[in-house]
Design a protein around this ligand. Structure first.
Ligand code: SUG
Length: 441
């Protein structure tokens, strides 16, 4: 077995971070729609979370924000003329579309792609399938540029396979790693990949809120990644969870190594899912399920606090796992009490650390949404673009750039100002320079 590391590629929060109210079924996005956001604080909070992991000795990567506004969208909607004319006309006649064009949603890199490490793939390559995110208009714009970022960072087809996103049709609706969990004995060993879907293609899932992932999409990704069917499990997310506001599985479940930490109502068929995982893991590792009963943490609390949207990590030098949870988990009575019991039990999670990513949380994006996990061998780490592997000095540099170029107040109405588009472009170019990704500008 070749040793491998789990690298978290966080999304660098872009200068147009705002509360657009664009995501049906995402309760936080609806609740905070129209509020004033603070893009500067948002980006600094995200970078502080990255710093915590760097300090713990983990390898931390970063993905740059995408260019916003997305003028291609405005052009597709029939707006023409100069950039300023397009923005002014869109602000006057289609303000929602302008918010869509400005969305900084690429920050939630758990939705950027589904990733399978080379240890799981029959062809021995590290695979990425950028998610089409076809359910939400603002998110459906991301994949072409996300693909370009991934191709720049992971170039070399002998080692890396960056696939095309699935067809942009409801039958192939795909939300990436937010509905995917990899379990294993250790990162470099062949693992079990769990794909969670909300509906079958052809039906809308009988849910009140959109079910954003189809079984067909999950199966297609697993095939493209050359996964072993014996170590691949497909499980249906519960309708109850979706309708309570768990628009992705990672709002009610997180896994790491052999541990699966999940809410009682995460899956439509919990016993069946666990049995399938145990069968797939058999002979390789012992599954350690940690199920949180609804009686201890009601589903509504799990979703408002984002207990499960935590990063579950193995810190170097520690035997037990660390749960990096949002501070809202500490502020919610049931989840705080649960965390206290969790670390006192003899289970696989030894510690909980709280992080403040409130700016992102108010749009429904917790610590786990902000990162894409990529398990990489030494050779793959050496072959990828080095400018996106962070040390503290680079984090300082990025924060200084954010402080110099981002606004600390942004309301959806501010998007009407054409000068803001230039501000966003200049900020992004400066950040790309630091990451040595100037080609993406
Ligand atoms: O897709 N919010 C994102 C949050 C994504 C969270 N990701 C994971 N669970 N992995 C979404 O709903 C809100 C944007 C707005 O309303 O302005 C938004 O897109």
């Amino acid at each position: 077995m070749t040793e491998a590391f789990e690298v978290n590629f966080d999304g660098l929060i872009g200068p147009s971070h705002n509360y657009g109210g664009l995501s049906d079924g995402n309760l936080a996005s609806a609740r905070n729609a129209g509020d004033i956001s603070n893009p500067r604080e948002a980006a600094v909070q995200g970078l502080e979370k990255m710093r915590k992991l760097v300090r713990a000795g983990l390898v931390q990567g970063i993905l740059p924000p995408l260019a916003r506004p997305n003028f291609d969208l405005l052009a597709s909607a029939g707006f023409g003329g100069t950039d300023a004319q397009m923005i002014e006309a869109a602000a006057a006649t289609a303000p929602r579309l302008l918010k869509v064009a400005y969305s900084a949603s690429s920050m939630w890199t758990a939705n950027a792609a589904t990733v399978s490490p080379s240890a799981d793939a029959a062809d021995g390559r590290l695979h990425f399938t950028p998610a089409n995110l076809s359910t939400m208009l603002h998110r459906s714009l991301e994949h072409p540029d996300t693909t370009a970022s991934l191709v720049s960072i992971f170039s070399g087809e002998d080692q890396f396979a960056v696939h095309s996103a699935l067809p942009a049709h409801a039958d192939f609706a795909d939300e990436g790693a937010a509905n995917h969990v990899r379990l294993c004995a250790e990162h470099g060993a062949p693992g079990v990949e769990l794909f969670v879907y909300g509906r079958e293609s052809g039906d809308m899932g009988q849910t009140a809120f959109p079910a954003r992932q189809t079984l067909l999409a999950a199966q297609s990704v697993a095939r493209a990644h050359t996964l072993d069917p014996a170590r691949t499990v497909f499980a249906r997310q519960s309708r109850r969870a979706i309708d309570a506001g768990a628009f992705h599985n990672d709002v009610v479940c997180v896994g790491a190594l052999g541990t699966l930490f999940f809410h009682e109502f995460a899956f439509e068929d919990t016993a069946g899912t666990l049995a399938a995982l145990r069968a797939a893991a058999s002979g390789r590792f012992e599954l350690a399920p940690v199920m949180v009963p609804d009686a201890d943490v009601p589903l509504a609390d799990a979703i408002s606090s984002y207990l499960f949207n935590s990063q579950l990590l193995q810190f170097p030098g520690e035997d037990l796992l660390v749960l990096v949870a949002p501070v809202e988990t500490q502020e919610t009575k049931s989840t705080r009490a649960f965390c206290e019991r969790l670390v006192q039990s003899n289970g696989p999670i030894g510690r909980v650390e709280f992080v403040d990513v409130r700016q992102s949380m108010r749009n429904g994006g917790g610590p786990a949404c902000l990162r894409l996990r990529v398990v990489m061998t030494e050779a793959e780490l050496a072959a990828c673009h080095q400018g996106v592997l962070l040390d503290e000095e680079q984090i300082d540099e990025l924060q200084a750039c954010v402080r110099a170029t981002y606004r600390d107040r942004l309301s959806p109405a501010d998007l009407a100002d054409p000068a803001f588009a230039d501000e966003c472009r200049l900020a992004r170019e400066a950040l790309l320079d630091i990451l040595e990704l100037g080609d993406l500008a």
